[in-house]
Design a protein around this ligand. Structure first.
Ligand code: F0G
Length: 463
C-alpha cells in the first residue's frame, strides 16, 4: 500500500439532492448564442451545460442552512434571524453594527452615499464594477492604487492584491487627506484574478491612513478565501484559524461591505458592517429608503438565517481548503497543457489570458468576449468576460478604458460541481486552444449606459 498517493483534500460533504443538467447540440448552441448577442450574460441558464459564469449566488446550501430557512421569522421588524446574523457578523468579522442589504451593491450604495462628498477621491486595490460605479454616482473618483504586478498575469508573487503604499501616499500628498473620502480595500481582488492581499499589507495601509485620519472600508466579499491564502502563504499566520485571520483582517478597517452571495454560501444577501455609531445611524436610516427596514434590508428572515449559518460553515478549514483546491485542480491541469492563465491561481476562478490565447486579435476586437462566446459554442460551458467590455468607458473622455488584463473568468460555484465536471471543463478549454487561430473578433452592436458588460450585444467581425 506504500504507493498510494494521498490527496491533500476531498469534498467535506456528500450530495443529497441533484439538479439534472441538459446539453444542447452545437447547432442549438449556435442559435442560442446568436439570440444572446454573443454575450454569455444573455444566455438562458437552461441552455448552459456547466455554468461557470459566476460564483455569486450560485452556491449549494447545506442541509443545516436549508433547515434554517424553515426557521425564518418573517416579521417586518425585529426578526430573530436578524439578531442571529448580527451575532455571527460580530463574532467572525468583528464589527459592532450591522445593516443587512439585499446584496453587496446595496451596501456599496449606502456607504458611498454616506462617506463620499462630490469631488473626493476613493483609492482602492483595483476597481470592481459595481463598487466603482456607486463611488462615481456619489460624485467620487476612483483611483487604482494596487501594486503594479497585479496587472501582469505572469508575475508569480503571492500577494498581487496588495495596495501599493507609495501610490496611496502619493495620492494623499497630491490631493490632500481631506479630499480622500476613504480607502476601499478588497480581499482576493476579483478583477486581478482572485489575488489575495497580505495581512502585513493590510496593517501597513491601516497605519498609513490612520496618520491622515482616513477611513478604510473593506470589501469582505471573499475575505474567507483571502484568509486561506494568508494561512498558507504568510508564515506568521500558519497556525491561526481561518476565523481568527478573517477577524484580524477586518480589524484593520472601519467597516465592510459584503456580498454574502460568495463566501457566505447563500443565493442572496449582503450587508454593511461598521464600527462608527454615526455612520451606522445614517446607514440604518438610509437603508429604509433603498432596501427595507434596518432589521431586514431587503431580505426575508429565512435569507438572513441562511447567511448567519453560512458564516459558520464558510470559515471551516476543510470547506475552504476543498473550495480552493478544486479551483487549483483545474488551473494546474490547464497550466500543464500550456494554456495561458493568470498566475498564481486565484481563489474563486481560473482566468484565461485572452491576449496570449488570441494573439491575432487586438483589444478592439473584444478578445475575451469572443473567447467566452466560443467556449460556449464549442462546449456549452458558460464563462464571463473581464476585460475591455467590463472596464467600460472613461467618464471624462467617453472613450473605452483599455485595461491591461483581458480575461475570461471560469468561476466556480461553491459545492456545486464534481471533479468530472472539472475535467470536462479543462478538456473543453484544451480543445479550444488547439483551434484558437480560427477564433474571430467581435463588434459591439448595442451598448447600455451603465455596467455595459451585462447587457451589451455583439456580432462576429466580417472576414
Ligand atoms: N465586491 C466584489 C469583490 C464582487 O465580486 C461583487 C460581485 C460585489 C462586490 C457586488 O456584490 O453582486 O452581491 O451586488 N461580484 C459578482 C461576480 C457579480 O460575478 O464577481 P453583489
Amino acid at each position: 500500500m506504500t504507493n498510494i498517493k494521498k490527496r491533500a483534500w476531498a469534498e467535506p460533504f456528500k450530495i443529497k439532492m441533484v439538479e439534472p443538467l441538459k446539453m444542447l447540440s452545437r447547432h442549438e448552441r449556435a442559435g442560442a448564442l446568436r439570440e444572446a448577442g454573443f454575450n454569455t450574460f444573455l444566455l438562458r441558464s437552461e441552455d448552459v451545460y456547466i455554468d461557470l459564469l459566476t460564483d455569486s449566488g450560485t452556491n449549494a446550501m447545506s442541509d443545516y442552512q436549508w433547515a434554517g430557512m424553515m426557521l425564518g421569522d418573517e416579521a417586518y421588524a425585529g426578526s430573530r434571524n436578524y439578531y442571529h446574523l448580527e451575532a455571527m457578523v460580530q463574532r467572525v468579522y468583528g464589527y459592532k453594527y450591522l445593516v443587512p442589504t439585499h446584496q453587496g451593491r446595496g451596501a456599496e450604495n449606502l456607504i458611498s452615499k454616506i462617506l463620499i462628498k462630490p469631488g473626493q477621491y476613493v483609492p482602492g486595490n483595483m476597481y470592481f464594477t459595481t463598487t466603482r460605479l456607486h463611488q462615481e454616482l456619489a460624485g467620487g473618483t476612483f483611483v487604482d492604487v494596487i501594486v503594479d504586478e497585479a496587472h501582469d498575469s505572469t508575475d508569480l508573487r503571492p500577494f498581487k492584491g496588495n495596495v501599493d503604499l507609495g501610490k496611496l501616499e502619493a495620492l494623499i500628498a497630491k490631493v490632500g487627506a481631506a479630499k480622500v473620502a476613504y480607502v476601499t480595500v478588497a480581499a482576493t481582488v476579483n478583477m486581478a484574478g482572485g489575488q489575495p492581499i497580505s495581512l502585513e499589507n493590510l496593517k501597513a495601509v491601516r497605519a498609513l491612513t490612520a496618520k491622515h485620519g482616513i477611513k478604510v472600508i473593506f470589501d469582505a466579499t471573499r475575505a474567507v478565501e483571502n484568509a486561506y491564502f494568508i494561512k498558507t502563504r504568510e508564515a506568521a499566520y500558519a497556525d491561526w484559524t481561518i476565523e481568527q485571520i478573517v477577524h484580524e483582517m477586518c480589524a484593520q478597517s472601519d467597516g465592510a461591505t459584503m456580498s454574502g452571495k460568495k463566501d457566505l454560501l447563500v443565493n442572496i444577501g449582503g450587508f454593511l458592517a461598521i464600527n462608527d455609531l454615526d455612520v451606522f445611524e445614517e446607514a440604518r436610516n438610509l437603508v429604509v429608503v433603498y432596501e427595507g427596514l434596518h432589521t431586514y434590508g431587503g431580505l426575508a428572515g429565512r435569507d438572513m438565517e441562511a447567511m448567519a449559518r453560512g458564516i459558520e460553515e464558510a470559515v471551516q478549514y476543510d470547506h475552504i481548503r476543498a473550495r480552493i483546491g478544486q479551483v487549483e485542480y483545474v488551473g494546474e491541469r490547464l497550466k500543464a497543457s500550456g494554456i495561458p492563465i493568470v498566475e498564481p491561481i486565484g481563489g474563486h476562478a481560473i482566468f484565461l489570458d485572452a491576449r496570449r490565447f488570441l494573439p491575432h486579435l487586438t483589444q478592439d476586437d473584444f478578445p475575451a468576449q469572443a473567447l467566452a462566446a466560443e467556449l460556449y459554442l464549442e462546449s456549452g460551458i458558460r464563462a464571463m468576460e473581464r476585460g475591455i467590455v467590463s472596464a467600460g468607458r472613461d467618464d471624462a473622455t467617453g472613450k473605452h478604458r483599455y485595461p491591461k488584463l483581458e480575461l475570461v473568468r471560469l468561476t466556480f460555484p461553491r459545492r456545486v460541481y464534481t471533479q468530472a465536471h472539472c475535467d470536462v471543463t479543462a478538456e473543453a478549454v484544451e480543445a479550444l486552444y488547439e483551434s484558437r487561430a480560427e477564433i474571430r473578433g467581435l463588434e459591439m452592436t448595442y451598448e447600455p449606459k451603465y455596467l455595459r458588460f451585462f447587457q451589451a450585444r455583439f456580432e462576429p467581425k466580417a472576414g
